[in-house]
Design a protein around this ligand. Structure first.
Ligand code: C2O
Ligand code: CU
Ligand code: CU
Length: 567
């Protein structure tokens, strides 16, 4: 591997751009939140200013502070002159409030989600999710952090004074053209930013400080560490505190992931330490390493010359300053009760295989596929019975890594290629990086929310991959998977879900003049017949995947049942 001395790059980057104080996004808290999505500009460089999107400001958005069990009302006003959506990444919210691609907010329109905060204390985030526009909207600046607080976390002696000993760090890299405009699709994303600050420094007190780190980059995976190689403690993963702090010197963070770490700066007053991306230590085959594919013969345009892929670099300079009053000076030995779901309690498993449309030498070319398909807004890929505990097996059959994300649930990683995950991946997660040709299995429970019409998403969190259709959608519903005969109803429709046909079994008293009508969810009549037999087969081969209403009626009886067709 080609090695360029670290010092040289550090020196040249200082020449490029003077250091800036790290911007700390303002906070919003309470139960009513107003978010204005707006167009604006930022003067990142000499010359023309950069056109950006922001939330209540010129780039990124305020940090939202949510209290567990509170009920929040949010007003999202869309002033960006393009349709968009806002999704609450990592949070357990009904599909109607989740902000996926079906919850469009038209230009100058307002969206009013409201929901109860059911999540554990951790760091989440919000960002647009319009199909094919997620990357352009996020990389132009629409994204913000969410901090959920709860009693379990509040009982611990942890730093939690925002901007004083508890700092948000939104990591991104962006590409700019000659007139200083952001280029969403470029692999020349050579400008590293934290909280939309280029070449940032942070004054942090000489005590235990907490960093909440979000990888908000479109593609890039980071390998974080400190310039003096000091160890630090990870205390939270995506969706909650870990059971106990995990001591690390390197931390891999893939797009969409969040971690909280504690950094011990005691005794370091007036010293400087840098948060570094040790990209040279990343294994090849992921975006951010020297080679983005396992097969080194293929790369991406502009990728081989991008210094962020080649040379370790400073992301944030930390200047250690005097202690605050009543500083946190110890790290708790244990944190939270983590109760992973057990595989023995699972009642279904599914497999999602990542593939490419272009095997052979074009293997890094999009689209990437899930189970051979590109995302289709009108097709439901998976039907999940409400309350199911499921094992999902992710097989990466491509040359490059993909960060897999699922809405609605937090999951627990069961294994990576059959081995238990590292300690810092043994907590609640909603994003997992799947390396080339790796198999990752996780377990999750799909409880509380159901809808026959509004699906949740699962997708690769490399935003160009997602936009190009490396995404699927699932319905959670209590009408799915009911195969048992309804007690005493005398009507038995099975199997459900079905592929090609289902059968209606009846007790004698219903058979007289019984009409069967089947409607799809738009109310269109799909099937209409009278039944004369105890058992009737209905062929569904030509029906689209979806949920159908089966109406059975005669002079004395009316009933409706739902059936899921999934080919
Ligand atoms: Cu962070 Cu479906 O997204
Ligand atoms: Cu999400
Ligand atoms: Cu991907």
């Amino acid at each position: 591997m080609k090695k360029i001395p670290f010092v040289i790059f550090l020196f040249s980057s200082v020449l490029l751009c003077a250091q800036q104080p790290l911007k700390i996004p303002p906070t919003l808290s309470g139960t009513n939140f107003n978010l204005n999505l707006q167009t604006d500009t930022v003067g990142f460089f000499a010359g023309p200013s950069t056109n950006t999107f922001g939330v209540n400001g010129n780039i990124l958005g305020p940090t939202l502070i949510f209290e567990k069990d509170s009920f929040v009302n949010i007003t999202v006003n869309n002033f960006i002159a393009d349709t968009t959506t806002i999704h609450w990444h990592g949070m357990h919210i009904s599909p109607e409030n989740d902000g996926g691609p079906h919850s469009k907010i038209l230009p100058n329109a307002t969206w009013n989600p409201s929901f109860t905060i059911m999540d554990k204390a951790a760091t989440y985030w919000y960002h647009p999710h319009l199909h094919m526009k997620t990357n352009p909207h996020v990389t132009k600046g629409l994204a913000g952090m969410i901090i959920v607080k709860d009693a379990e976390e509040a009982a611990l002696n942890l730093p939690r004074t925002y901007g004083v000993d508890d700092f948000p760090l939104i990591l991104q890299s962006k590409a700019f053209d000659a007139s200083n405009q952001i280029m969403p699709q470029s692999h020349a994303d050579s400008i590293s930013m934290v909280n939309a600050t280029i070449n940032p420094f942070l004054d942090a007190p000489a005590q235990i400080v907490r960093l909440r780190i979000l990888n908000g980059s479109s593609n890039r995976t980071y390998l974080l560490g400190f310039s003096n190689n000091m160890a630090f403690d990870q205390i939270a993963s995506d969706g909650g505190l870990l059971a106990a702090p995990v001591n690390l010197t390197r931390l891999r963070l893939t797009p969409g992931e969040r971690v909280e770490i504690l950094v011990n700066l005691i005794g370091m007053q007036s010293q400087t330490v840098n948060l570094v991306n040790y990209c040279q230590e990343l294994p090849i085959g992921l975006y951010g390493a020297q080679y983005p594919a396992m097969n080194q013969s293929t790369t991406l345009p502009d990728y081989p010359n991008n210094p962020l892929n080649l040379v370790n670099y400073n992301m944030l300079q930390i200047n250690v300053v005097a202690q605050t009053g009543s500083p946190v000076v110890t790290i708790p030995g244990t944190l939270a009760t983590v109760t992973p779901l057990l595989e023995i309690n699972s009642n279904m498993s599914r497999t999602i295989t990542f593939g490419t449309a272009f095997p052979g030498p074009l293997f890094l070319q999009m689209p990437f596929l899930m189970n051979g398909l590109q995302f289709d807004m009108n097709a439901i890929n998976e039907y999940v019975p409400l309350n199911n505990i499921e094992v999902w097996e992710l097989n990466n059959n491509t040359q490059t890594s993909h960060p897999f994300h699922i809405h609605d649930v937090q999951f627990y990683i069961l294994d990576r290629d059959g081995n238990a995950p590292p300690l810092n991946e043994q907590g609640r997660k909603d994003v997992v990086l799947v390396a080339p040709f790796e198999t990752v299995r996780f377990i999750a429970q799909f409880s509380d929310f159901e809808s026959d019409t509004v699906p949740y998403m699962y997708h690769c969190h490399m935003l160009p991959h997602e936009d190009m259709g490396m995404m699927g959608q699932f319905i959670v519903s209590s009408t799915i998977g009911v195969n048992e005969e309804k007690e005493n109803s005398g009507i038995h429709i099975y199997p459900n879900p079905t592929k090609d046909k289902f059968s209606i079994n009846l007790k004698d008293e219903f058979i007289e003049d019984l009409k069967v009508k089947v409607y799809d969810l738009t109310g269109k009549l799909i099937y209409n017949k009278e039944i004369y037999n105890k058992q009737t087969m209905i062929n569904t081969e030509d029906w689209a995947n979806g949920i159908y209403q089966v109406h059975l009626s005669n002079n004395t009886h009316f009933s409706t049942e739902k059936i899921v067709v999934q080919h």
